[in-house]
Design a binder for this molecule. Structure first.
Ligand code: F6P
Length: 347
């Protein structure tokens, strides 16, 4: 009987998960393994809900957004008996190893299961937020930022026609990568990211000047920015997910910030929230290639019995790094990137 690899996808979905599953299954098959999918992230390992993953099942997944395995933000460490049940399922399914595809939360659980219970696990980094340490990029980010750039360009058209200031709010959680890349690539006039407190007087001045020069202005803002001057944005939403993260969409950044801008500039301002549109649809070329490569590499690492690691992109190479290093701290926007943004978006 062939040895078996379990695959799960946890946390927010993002374009690239399906090609990563496909890459892992194809390589596993070549190396003599069968693959089985666990449904809806860690929930599938707790409950033992599975999906067969023969190569024929994944053949057409290269261009499909989302994840065929389903996903959830289930945290086994926050569920009664969650961890023992994960261990039981692993044994019952007779798994050789587990490939966990996810961001800081999913991989944090993978790391704990490896460290505390020696579960043979390989992590695959995915997240549109691009906030995982130890890897140059996570798949999902390129597609999300590309979609946001398209949205920003559309907002510029309507802003130009009406002589308005337009504001686009993007996701990305507590790292400003999506906002930063979107802002630079769409030629935004002001960028608001969580790594830097918004300087309201400076922003107002820049937007008024841009509007005077071009007849419109564009602001790109991250969902997680802090803006206490506006009276409340900084307080955030009250609801948290099973990993303790604030549900950021509740904060209403776009609305509050655009009201503030309109009031202080005296220029008509409109805002748009792209939200989950950023997470759907076919992956870009970059994400198809990256996700396929890290999926393939994960199966290779299982065959070499290299566990407790995550597949990272370093330069042109995909290689294993310890899950410990990968999940130790969030990768936020560095001062070099902020300097570049200062030149290009005057943030
Ligand atoms: O972590 C990915 C992400 O899209 C964040 O950018 C965002 O804050 C969050 O997930 C939204 O989560 P949900 O899909 O649970 O609303």
């Amino acid at each position: 009987m062939a040895k078996k690899i379990g695959i799960l996808t946890g946390g927010g979905d993002c374009p690239g998960l399906n090609p990563a599953i496909r890459g892992c299954v194809f390589m596993a098959h070549r190396l003599g393994y069968d693959c089985v999918g666990l449904r809806d992230g860690w929930k599938g390992l707790i409950e033992g809900t599975t999906m067969a993953l023969p190569p024929a099942q994944v053949e057409d997944l290269i261009s499909r957004g989302g994840t065929v395995l389903g996903t959830s933000r289930t945290n086994p460490y926050k569920k009664d008996g969650g961890v023992p049940r994960c261990l039981e399922t692993f044994k019952k399914l007779n798994l050789e190893a587990l490939v966990a595809m996810g961001g800081e939360d999913t991989l944090g659980v993978a790391h704990k299961l490896f460290k505390e219970h020696q579960v043979p696990v390989v992590g695959v980094p995915k997240t549109m937020d691009n906030d995982l340490s130890a890897t140059d990029y996570t798949f999902g980010f390129d597609t999300s930022a590309t979609i946001a750039v398209d949205a920003a360009e559309r907002l510029k058209d309507t802003g130009r026609s009406h002589g308005r200031i337009m504001l686009l709010e993007v996701m990305g959680r507590h790292a400003g990568w999506v906002a930063l890349f979107t802002g630079i690539a769409s030629g935004a006039d002001y960028l608001c990211i969580p790594e830097r407190r918004v300087n309201v007087p400076q922003m107002v001045e820049k937007l008024k000047a841009a509007h005077q020069r071009k007849g419109y202005a564009l602001v790109v803002a991250s969902e997680a920015i802090d803006l206490p001057e506006s009276g409340g944005i900084g307080e955030g939403g009250k609801k948290v997910d099973p990993f303790g993260h604030t549900i950021l969409k509740e904060r209403g950044v776009a609305e509050k910030l655009s009201e503030l801008i309109e009031k202080q500039t005296g220029i008509e301002t409109r805002s748009a929230v792209i939200g989950h549109i950023q997470r759907g649809g076919p992956p870009t070329l970059f994400d198809r290639m990256l996700s396929t490569r890290v999926g393939v590499k994960a199966a290779e690492l299982v065959s070499q019995k290299k566990y407790g690691v995550m597949v990272a992109l370093r330069g042109q190479e995909v290689l294993p790094v310890s899950l410990e290093e990968a999940t130790a701290k969030l990768k936020t926007v560095s001062s070099e990137w902020l300097q570049l943004a200062d030149v290009l978006c005057q943030c």
